[in-house]
Design a binder for this molecule. Structure first.
Ligand code: ADP
Length: 433
């Protein structure tokens, strides 16, 4: 028999023994009376402990576990240990939570935890400032009721958080925030906001500086170029060295002019005050124009083909698209040796429109491909210069693609040729008028 049952049965056992003794000495009635009183005392004792337990359970944090006696003593002492362990765990957890809160409050970023219906579960001080929240008042509220900027509400409703959102003029004038949302757990969202006002200001200064310098250089360069050309063509110029020098000067000023023109084009494309001109671009005529330009540049050295497989037209800027298409074709011609094949194509794929230039040229090794659209990034510097490259062509193409929500895709391998594609989303298909 276990220790518990031994102890539990001791009292009834001795009570019964005593009652039997009384029965033998004084008869049945006194024995029954003694047994009954003994059992009532036992019942009272149990109920008193039960009442103490119930009282404790009603407010376990506020009072110590009661002292019991008999069998209850053991149970109460176990309960006491359990309650102390629980209290210690709670303290540890709350300390860890406090440290977490202190750490996130010290973060230079706004952080908020949202549920999947965008109710705020927690936020740090910077998030309060960025979105005009009050942690005490707004917990449980939907963030879109409190931060109502249309771009922010649209960003959340689209539920596509692959790219961060740039939010302007949130609370104060010219405050620029970068907002990122990361899903975690089964249905939680972490909202991270960063103040990028200063970064934007520096970026704008850089842009303005490049645009201004390029603009200022343009006029003197045109003048110098004009004089160099005139002098080079002078009939009385007999000195060979002077003619050669003038030719080189002409080439270099021409190169500088191309650079300045490309820098100005990039500045225009980057300028937010210069919105995309939306028009219906008739692709067939545009492709034919670009193709003819390519033929002139190739001068019969390559096998050029034009494939127009789709009649769909694009909604966008004809001038910008012409510049992007020409840049890609010009590159194909410049980086494809004589007798190589170059195909210009327009097609529809999975509801998207694809402009592609495929060449059988020198190709590009895989490690260079991700960096091609960086300004002045060239795989082979001297080759790019020899062929009149500025190193800005693909940066221009990338900007034009972005302005049309298109993607620039490059498939290439060293020595196996390249395919540069511009993939336009279905929403860019121009509706026939
Ligand atoms: P660049 O004026 O130097 O051609 P781009 O920005 O147009 O500048 O191109 C960047 C680099 O990408 C080039 O220097 C060249 O190395 C590589 N490139 C671009 N197009 C092709 C192509 N069709 N074939 C091989 N390399 C290419």
């Amino acid at each position: 028999m276990s220790d518990f049952w031994q102890r539990a049965s001791a009292y009834p056992f001795f009570l019964s023994l005593f009652a039997l003794l009384v029965w033998a000495i004084a008869g049945a009635l006194p024995a029954a009376l003694i047994f009954g009183i003994g059992m009532v005392v036992q019942l009272f004792f149990q109920l008193r402990n039960l009442a103490a337990l119930e009282k404790w359970l009603n407010g376990p944090e506020a009072q110590p576990v009661p002292d019991g006696s008999g069998l209850w003593e053991d149970s109460f002492s176990q309960l006491n240990k359990l309650s102390q362990r629980h209290r210690k765990e709670c303290e540890l957890q709350s300390r860890a939570l406090q440290q977490m809160e202190q750490a996130t409050s010290a973060l230079p970023e706004g952080v908020a935890i949202l549920d999947d219906a965008y109710h705020i579960e927690w936020c740090n001080t910077l998030a309060e400032q960025h979105f005009g929240l009050d942690a005490e008042r707004d917990i449980g509220q939907q963030i879109t009721y409190l931060a109502r900027q249309p771009e922010f509400v649209r960003y959340l409703s689209m539920r596509n958080f692959s790219e961060p959102l740039v939010l302007r003029d949130t609370r104060r004038d010219n405050w620029v925030l970068s907002v990122k949302i990361i899903a975690y757990g089964s249905n939680k969202l972490l909202l991270i906001s960063r103040d990028i006002t200063q970064l934007e200001r520096i970026e704008n200064m850089r842009r303005d500086f490049v645009a201004n310098v390029s603009h200022e250089l343009r006029t003197p360069l045109t003048v110098v170029n004009g004089f160099v050309e005139t002098m080079h063509d002078m009939p009385h110029l007999e000195n060979d060295m002077a003619r050669r020098a003038l030719q080189l000067m002409g080439e270099q000023t021409h190169r500088m002019k191309s650079l300045v023109d490309d820098l100005l084009t990039l500045s225009r494309l980057e300028n937010e005050q210069n919105p995309l001109r939306e028009e219906t671009v008739e692709i067939r005529s545009l492709m034919e124009e670009v193709y003819r330009q390519g033929e002139l540049l190739s001068d019969g050295k390559h096998l050029l083909q034009l494939q127009i497989e789709s009649n769909a037209n694009l909604a966008g800027s004809r001038e910008e698209l012409r510049s992007a298409f020409t840049n890609l074709l010009t590159n194909a011609i410049r980086y494809t040796p004589q007798d190589g094949e170059i195909t210009l194509s327009w097609s529809e794929r999975d509801g998207q429109l694809v402009f592609a230039v495929q060449d059988s040229g020198i190709g590009i090794a895989a490690q260079h491909i991700p960096r091609l659209t960086e300004r002045f990034y060239r795989v082979d510097r001297s080759r790019s210069r020899e062929t009149g490259g500025t190193g800005l062509g693909l940066a221009i193409v990338k900007h034009i693609a972005m302005r049309h929500q298109a993607k620039l895709d490059v498939v290439s391998g060293e020595g196996t040729g390249s395919t540069f594609s511009l993939i336009f989303p279905g929403k860019r298909i121009a509706q026939s008028q």
